[in-house]
Structures are given as structure tokens and as C-alpha cells.
Design a protein around this ligand. Structure first.
Ligand code: HEM
Length: 437
């Protein structure tokens, strides 16, 4: 049974203090209002009437049962739309989103994704070979390697494209796009800072290059195989929208996986027991076991615990189209609903050891990953279509890297996850990388 909701209104009337506190650190703010005021707290946050939900039944209602009433007409998504255009991730919803999503869905068919396993393993092996020959073995930016590797897998899976020089540039440009979008959404004094004005100039240049790259992919499509541009052209989608979908896929399909890997390696490097168990388990895996996202072993326990503890998508929001009543809760038209997997995944009562990174305690059996309290990929019709692909590639990269190399990472005690468009590490992982015998 859902908890009987307490309708608490929090903070000052105009919501200026709330807005500033939220913008300063949205994670601690959302966690604090849940701790102090419970699972359905509503508040004024600057111009918005905002409601934070943490109860599973309420979240399911908003994202699943009555998803039509809760759309992506939100400041967060409109901030990213400037960069990604009209692709499916930022689309408000409704019939146009459904049509576009249906056109893209064949790419995410489970059989198609499973067939990608040899291609993923090929890329991981290639990057291992590159790391072995790397001229600066004491000073390798592992985070950058994760960004390029996940982007290489994505580009081959979605576009059959594999030019490494382009991929390195695209990865940097996506980084600029994310930095810009986050600063625009969360920094109320954005235009007053010379640094941000420079960021805006860099962003305009990066956006232009990303569009040129998308156009190049469209020009180069040579066969009628299932690639994103082919599927969309066959449905008569206009050129501009195909460009937007390509950029959306570049962003949604690699940045989340790369930041998740970053956080995972950070946690493993900080905990010798976890690292030891991962290495032991990884050495046993062979062939397609390396991408088996369904099996229950320590590598997958570790991956699910990481997605619980450091969810890349730390929050998502929705706009309420019409007044709604559910589980005794009244939500008004225009309210902004905020759902934070980061907060939700830390609630007592759902997990053995919610506030610690603990794969054995929090994922003691395969059932736990099906828990309704776990939502790193969201729920309902807008659920992440790329989850299987992400889980397969993350598993292969984790297992193969950890059994091939030893890593000594600098400055771990000064690094930690911070909110950006995704939850990212405060700085890149810089490591000494030594091949194992
Ligand atoms: C660890 C990796 C990943 C995480 C944590 C993740 C998380 C999410 C979440 C939470 C959403 C829903 C946001 C919302 O409801 O507002 C989403 C949507 C989406 N994701 Fe992922 N994702 C990951 C990897 C991927 C990959 C690899 C792809 C593509 C190959 C992908 C493509 C998408 C797309 C296209 C959407 C938009 C779906 C729609 O709105 O219809 N994601 N992702």
C-alpha cells in the first residue's frame, strides 16, 4: 500500500531561496526536502510550482499509468532541446513522439542488440591494444577512453560508422554541449560571467560541427541495413529531424554509459574488496559471457549496485497537463513533477545498506534488479530503450579492462560524483595503467 501522502508546502512564498538552493546543489536539496518533509513535498521554486515524488506507487502513476498527463514540457528538457533539437529524448510526448519512437524501435529489438555482442568485444579489444601501446602509461585519462570507446560502439551500432578521428572530436563536442546545457539551466547569472560567454561561443561552434557530422553520416549511408538514418529516411522523416535524431542518439547513447563506467571504476578503485571480487569473476568469463547482461554473477551485481548508488540520470521531470488525483494526492495543472532516482535509491526500507556502496548486501539475488524501487532507466513509455545495449557494453568493458590491466588512479580522495546533465565525476580518472602478465 502506498503511504498516505502528507501535502506539505515547503519554503518561502516566492520560492527564491528554494530556487537558489536547488540550483546550487539539486541533489542535496532534493534529498533534504525528502528527509524533512516526506515523499510528496510540494514547493515553490522560483516561477515553478514543483513537487518531488519518492513513493513507488506515485512515480508509477506519473511515468506509467497516466503518462499522457505528464509530459516533457519542462525547464530541464527545454534547456537540452537547444542543443539536441527535436529528437525523441527531448520530445514533449504525444502522437508525434509515438510515431518517431516507433520508427526507431527496430534498432532496439532484443535480437538485434544481442547480435551486437561480437562488435562490442571487437571494440573493447581494440581499445585494450591501444592502451597497451599508449606512450603515456603513467598518465592515462581513463574517462576519455570510456567516452571514445562507448561512442565507437554506438556509432557502429546505430550508423555503421567507425572513423576514429571524427569520433574523438564528436566526443569532445558532446562534452561541450552538456557543459553548456547544464550551466544554462542551473546558473541564474549565466550571461554575467565571461567564462560562460566563452562557453556559449564554444557551444555554438561545437553544435555546428555536430550537425556537420550528422549530415556526413546521412550522406555516407550506403546500404539499406537497419541504421538510424536508413530507418528514418524510409519513413519519409524530414532531413532536419534525422539530423536531430542522430545528435540525440550520440548524446543519449554514449554519455550516460561513459559516465556510469567512470563512476563504477571510481567505486571499484576505492574499495579493494570490490576490486578483488570483480577481477576474480572477470577472469572466469569467456566469449559472449562477457556481454551477458542477464546472468547473476558478481560483475552484474556490481553494475546494478553502481546504477543504484550513482544513477547517471539522477533526476527527470514532467509537466502536469491536467489536474489529477491519485492515491489521495491532488496534483494541479502546471505543476512540475521531479523524480530523482538518486534520492529514491537511497531510501531506507528498500535496501539492506542504502547509504553505502555494497553489491553483496543490496543485490543478494537476481530478483533485486527487478525491484520497483530501482529506476536508473526510468519507467513506462519513455523508459530508456538503450538499457540492454548499455548493460552489455558496460559489462564487457568492466570485465575485459580489469582482467587485462592493473590501474593506479591519482587523487581519488579529491574526486566524487557531482550533478551535471548526468551525474558525473568532479574530474576525470587519471591512471597509471600496467598490463597484467
Ligand atoms: C547506463 C546507461 C544509460 C542510462 C543510465 C540511461 C538512462 C535513461 C533514462 C533514465 C531515460 C529516461 C529519461 C526520462 O524518463 O525523462 C533514458 C531515455 C533514453 N535513452 Fe537512455 N540511458 C542509458 C543508455 C542509453 C543508450 C546506450 C542508448 C542508445 C543506444 C540510450 C537511448 C535513450 C533514448 C533514445 C532515450 C529517450 C527515450 C524516449 O524518451 O522515448 N540510452 N535513458
Amino acid at each position: 500500500m502506498p503511504t498516505i501522502p502528507t501535502e506539505i508546502t515547503y519554503g518561502d512564498k516566492l520560492g527564491i531561496r528554494n530556487l537558489l538552493e536547488f540550483q546550487k546543489n539539486p541533489l542535496t536539496f532534493l534529498y533534504k526536502i525528502h528527509q524533512e518533509h516526506g515523499p510528496t513535498v510540494s514547493l515553490r521554486c522560483g516561477p515553478y510550482r514543483m513537487r518531488s515524488l519518492t513513493e513507488t506507487a506515485h512515480i508509477e502513476h506519473v511515468l506509467k499509468s497516466n503518462a499522457k498527463n505528464y509530459i516533457k514540457r519542462t525547464p530541464g528538457y527545454s534547456g537540452i532541446r537547444d542543443y539536441l533539437g527535436r529528437g525523441i529524448l527531448t520530445h514533449e510526448g504525444g502522437p508525434a513522439w509515438r510515431a518517431q519512437s516507433k520508427n526507431i524501435r527496430p534498432l532496439f529489438h532484443p535480437a538485434h542488440i544481442r547480435d551486437l555482442s561480437p562488435m562490442m568485444l571487437k571494440w573493447v579489444d581494440r581499445y585494450c591494444a591501444e592502451l597497451k601501446d599508449h606512450p603515456e602509461k603513467d598518465n592515462i585519462n581513463l574517462s576519455k577512453i570510456f567516452r571514445r570507446l562507448t561512442l565507437s560502439i554506438l556509432c557502429e551500432a546505430m550508423f555503421h560508422y567507425d572513423n576514429q578521428a571524427d569520433i574523438a572530436k564528436v566526443s569532445d563536442d558532446i562534452g561541450i554541449g552538456i557543459q553548456y546545457a547544464f550551466a544554462k539551466i542551473y546558473d541564474p547569472l549565466f550571461w554575467f560571467s565571461a567564462r560562460n560567454r566563452q562557453l556559449a561561443r564554444n557551444f555554438r561552434a561545437a553544435k555546428k560541427r555536430l550537425r556537420e557530422f550528422a549530415n556526413k553520416i546521412i550522406e555516407q549511408k550506403s546500404s539499406e541495413d537497419a541504421t538510424l538514418p536508413n530507418l528514418l529516411s524510409a519513413k519519409g522523416t524530414d532531413r532536419q529531424l534525422i539530423v536531430d535524431e542522430i545528435i540525440t542518439m550520440l548524446q543519449a547513447g554514449h554519455e550516460t554509459s561513459a559516465t556510469a563506467l567512470n563512476a563504477m571504476f571510481f567505486r571499484a578503485f576505492k574499495d579493494k574488496h570490490v576490486l578483488g571480487e570483480l577481477e576474480k569473476n572477470s577472469e572466469k568469463l569467456q566469449g559472449e559471457e562477457l556481454t551477458d547482461s542477464d546472468c547473476f554473477d558478481y560483475v552484474n551485481q556490481f553494475i546494478w549496485e553502481s546504477l543504484r548508488y550513482d544513477p547517471s540520470t539522477w533526476a527527470f521531470d514532467r509537466y502536469t497537463v491536467q489536474n489529477d488525483t491519485f492515491s489521495g494526492l491532488k496534483v494541479k495543472k502546471g505543476e512540475l513533477i521531479v523524480i530523482s532516482p538518486y534520492v529514491k535509491h537511497r531510501l531506507f526500507g528498500h535496501w539492506e545498506d542504502p547509504n553505502n556502496f555494497n553489491p553483496e548486501a543490496n543485490f543478494p539475488n537476481a530478483e533485486r534488479k527487478r525491484s520497483k524501487d530501482l529506476m536508473p532507466f526510468s519507467l513506462g513509455p519513455r523508459i530508456c530503450p538503450g538499457s540492454t545495449m548499455a548493460l552489455m557494453e558496460i559489462r564487457a568493458i568492466t570485465a575485459i579492462f580489469l582482467r587485462t590491466f592493473s590501474f593506479e588512479c591519482q587523487d581519488l580522495e579529491n574526486i566524487g560524483p557531482v550533478p551535471s546533465i548526468v551525474l558525473k565525476l568532479s574530474s576525470d580518472l587519471i591512471c597509471r595503467v600496467t598490463p597484467k602478465e
